[in-house]
Design a protein around this ligand. Structure first.
Ligand code: C5P
Length: 227
């Protein structure tokens, strides 16, 4: 039944604009939005808050299955974990690194896969992540994989953090990005690779609006074909 509900997947490494593009697309279509990276971040920060070690896989899986997560539907990015507003903590750079550690654990990916599929609700879903098109929604109507050079992605992140008034080091950011790419691309389960049928877009020299125009055009064509 849920398979008749259309899904658009937008995968790729961080700093490619995929979060922004996914949000814009879900708004434009009036569809639901899944920020799958946030689920991995929530497991990582939530477990840490509870004192659960990442090597204690049983307790980590229990936590991933039981955690109560509330995403705001107002596109304001607020996230509640077990009743507590945690969006600032979840968005921290350090939480991304921790998320990529727990995301390499097969049992955690398994525990989160069902939770992710629950987001497939009418009239449709835009899913943002690393393995949305390859593993979680292989039957998606349309799949995108956004890329950009590590240097460009580090620059973008640098500007974002500076604009937030945070002091950051560009070299350290680039190193973090490269370490995370390495871990995400080489892990045994659900590595970060484009689906065979994904539209790959290199965003290095494109503005967000230029990327969005391409994504929307391809999406509209796929929607027309499917009706
Ligand atoms: O997208 P975001 O930066 O929030 O993801 C944080 C981390 O979560 C990624 O570096 C990756 O290790 C992991 N992740 C994943 N699969 C997804 C989404 C995120 O492994 N579908």
């Amino acid at each position: 039944m849920s398979n008749s509900i259309p899904v658009i997947t937008i995968d790729g490494p961080s700093g490619t604009g995929k979060g922004t593009i996914s949000g814009m697309l879900s708004k434009e279509l009036g569809w639901h939005f899944l920020d799958s990276g946030a689920l991995y971040r929530l497991v990582a920060v939530g477990a840490e808050k509870k004192g659960i070690s990442y090597s204690n896989i049983n307790d980590l899986v229990d936590f991933a299955l039981a955690m109560e997560v509330q995403f705001s539907t107002q596109f304001d990015g607020s996230i509640e974990l077990n009743g507590e507003e945690v969006s600032a903590l979840v968005r921290e750079e350090s939480s991304a690194g921790k998320a990529s550690q727990v995301a390499a654990i097969p049992e955690i990916r398994q525990a989160l896969s069902k939770r992710q599929r629950v987001f497939r609700q009418p009239p449709g879903l835009v899913a943002d992540g690393r393995d949305m098109g390859t593993v979680i929604f292989p039957d998606a109507l349309c799949k995108f994989f956004l890329t950009a050079s590590p240097e460009e992605r580090a620059q973008r992140r640098y500007k974002q953090l500076i604009n937030k008034g945070l002091s950051v080091n560009l070299r350290a950011l680039l190193q973090d990005i490269q370490a995370r790419d390495e871990r995400d691309s080489n892990r045994a389960v659900s590595p970060l690779v484009p689906a065979e049928d994904a539209h790959v877009i290199d965003t290095s020299d494109l503005s967000i609006d230029e990327v969005f125009t391409q994504v929307l055009l391809i999406t509209r064509q796929a929607l027309t074909k499917s009706t």
